[in-house]
Design a protein around this ligand. Structure first.
Ligand code: TYM
Length: 321
């Protein structure tokens, strides 16, 4: 099985990124082949500051390594370091119906949130399809918000294969049901664009402030509450062990507690959960050259596979003999 996924360096990673996607990357990195990349070309649709994009890309690499991505197992690289992807993107673009892209919810959503819709944002799913097809990926671990994009990828691959003969592997999305849509501090999906994130490596003082500001319902403290439908409980459950979770659920069902207690407990489990990763991060930041070497090595391994698949696609559609 060949696994592939990408993550944008638009801001520091949040709990949604980690529990929806990164944790899966780590679990799957020992499969036959695993490719994980930092999607800087995609990030360019929103980050329009060169220094910031460079810094974010480096931070993303350090964060992934600190969280447990192991370059001895997985090929880890920066998307733009493999230029074959933009070549394949053009091949796919020529067969992409406009209507298919107009229906993509991520595009519609971003537009609704006031982001200017340039051609890059509109054709974003085609570049994502190229990302996936370029490595013959079978499985793409993602959160729920990316599932539609993987359907688009399957559509594009299917029609290319139909027109030019079997060329691309049709990938499948892999989501973890329980964490496919991690809620943010306001109960909506956690997302950089909704300004409701809790970051994995947030300084602890700042994390505490954000946790204390998590919105809660205003029912009286005495009332018994259903834990599963409460986003504060859902966030706690991400990091609590089974007995902590059961104890907390029982407290909700009994009633008579304050949300302040839950928030304190959440800060406690979050601090413990990421403590080791924080330490590993400190060590990595002190060795930036080592991180750059890992990325350079990843890019050259990725380009090998990418070159093969691109040549296959170019031959299929008549660009090569
Ligand atoms: P991005 O950078 O927005 O998010 C990275 C990963 O985190 C997941 N995620 C979540 N999962 C659960 N709950 C949440 N609240 C939450 N927020 C984010 C996303 O589903 C994603 O898996 N287009 C992609 C990047 C990309 C890509 C690819 C992914 C580019 N090319 C090829 C897979 C394959 C994106 O914007 O993800």
């Amino acid at each position: 099985m060949r696994v592939l996924s990408g993550i944008q360096p638009t801001a520091r990673f949040h709990w949604g990124n980690y529990f929806g996607a990164i944790r899966q990357y780590i679990d799957l990195q020992t499969e036959d082949e695993a490719y994980y990349f930092i999607a800087d070309l995609h990030a360019l649709t929103t980050v329009r500051d060169a220094d910031k994009l460079r810094q974010n890309t480096f931070d993303a690499a350090v964060d992934l390594l600190a969280l447990g991505l192991n370059p001895e197992h997985a090929v880890m690289f920066v998307q733009s370091h493999v230029p074959e992807v933009t070549q394949l993107c053009w091949l796919l673009m020529t067969g992409t119906p406009m209507g298919l892209l107009e229906r993509c919810t991520a595009f519609k959503d971003k537009k609704a949130h006031g982001l200017t819709a340039d051609a890059g944002l509109f054709t974003y799913p085609v570049l994502m399809a190229a990302d996936i097809l370029l490595y013959d990926a079978d499985v793409v671990p993602v959160g729920k918000d990316q599932v539609q994009h993987i359907e688009v990828c399957r559509d594009l691959a299917g029609s290319f294969n139909h027109e030019f003969g079997e060329t691309f592997v049709l990938p499948k999305a892999k989501i973890l049901e329980s964490t496919a849509k991690v809620p943010g501090t306001d109960g909506e999906k956690m997302s950089k664009s909704y300004n409701n994130t809790l970051e994995v490596f947030e300084p602890l003082g700042q994390l505490k402030k954000k946790i204390m500001r998590i919105t809660t319902d205003s029912r009286p403290m005495e009332d018994a509450k259903e834990p599963e439908s409460d986003h504060l409980f859902q966030l706690y459950s991400l990091m609590a062990d089974d007995s902590q979770r059961e104890e907390m659920a029982a407290m909700y069902r009994r009633g008579g507690f304050g949300y302040g207690e839950v928030k304190k407990a959440l800060l406690g489990v979050a601090t413990d959960y990421f403590a080791e990763a924080r330490e590993r991060r400190e060590a990595l930041v002190a060795k930036p050259e080592q991180v750059q070497d890992i990325l350079a090595d990843g890019a050259s391994r990725a380009r090998k596979k990418a070159g093969e698949v691109l040549a296959r696609a170019e031959t299929a559609c008549g660009l090569r003999g």
